[in-house]
Design a protein around this ligand. Sequence first.
Ligand code: GDP
Length: 295
Amino acid sequence: MFDNLSDKLDKALHVLKGHGSITEVNVAETLKEVRRALLDADVNFKTAKEFTNTVKEKALGQNVLTTLQPGQLMVKLVKDELTELMGGETAGINLSGSPTVILMSGLQGSGKTTFSGKLANYLKTKKTKKPLLVACDIYRPAAINQLHVVGDQIGVEVYSEPENKNPVQIAQNAIAHAKQNGFNVVIVDTAGRLAIDEAMMTEIANVHKAINPQETLFVVDAMTGQDAVNTAKTFNERLNFDGVVLTKLDGDTRGGAAISIKSVVDKPIKFIGTGEKMDAIDVFHPARMADRILG
Ligand code: GDP
């Protein structure tokens, strides 16, 4: 999908570059193409419209039409604006607190458990931290096992209480365990459902309230397009999360999710997942993503 969007933008901007003299009509036509490309990549309508309007205003404000290389200036404007739309700068993760508590949220299948492992591995190797993984899914024993498998793989301890059906208690006990045993980061993996459901939201909201995490991360599958935006909105209303993790960007992903989520919930995308392996994690770089989108 990225290639697709990139190709389309390329074509649209190429039209502009090809013109000897550029008129306001050309700019409008090109931006219409840009808008269409963004919509095709699942950027929501309002965001795409605002985006092209902003670029248009800036283009006319900077007298793009009278410059020597209007096409190139337009490409730069589009890229800069796209970068800005995705947050501009790279957003860091709050590692204060002793221990730092990080709560993972998101739907089942979004990649929460995999990402919990990746983040533990990342913090351990890059930031020399001692993380503890916590299994708070009380419904699926398979989910607890999965986290244990991940923990074994990266050499990180996993805290679980398979007989306990109270996720708030498990999370609190895990934090006490971390304090007693010198872990300085606690990553709490929670239960997800296939779709938003009130019981799930109440449960995670209760865990959130009880453990008061430094970072609440919302994990979302980048391939889910507009649904990703709606899910993000609902989770944000309940948890007021601190950042987004966009997974599965190695697949046939829709770049639109990155753009829309940021503009709809106004929370930074902090990390991306680029594969199933434990090292397939990257800090999110808005400018790099804009480059990738634009080709
Ligand atoms: P959870 O239900 O939210 O905990 O999701 P899981 O961590 O179990 O992930 C669901 C599936 O997506 C698994 O098969 C993972 O291997 C896969 N997965 C997770 N993250 C990525 C990613 O960044 N890229 C790819 N290709 N697959 C991923």
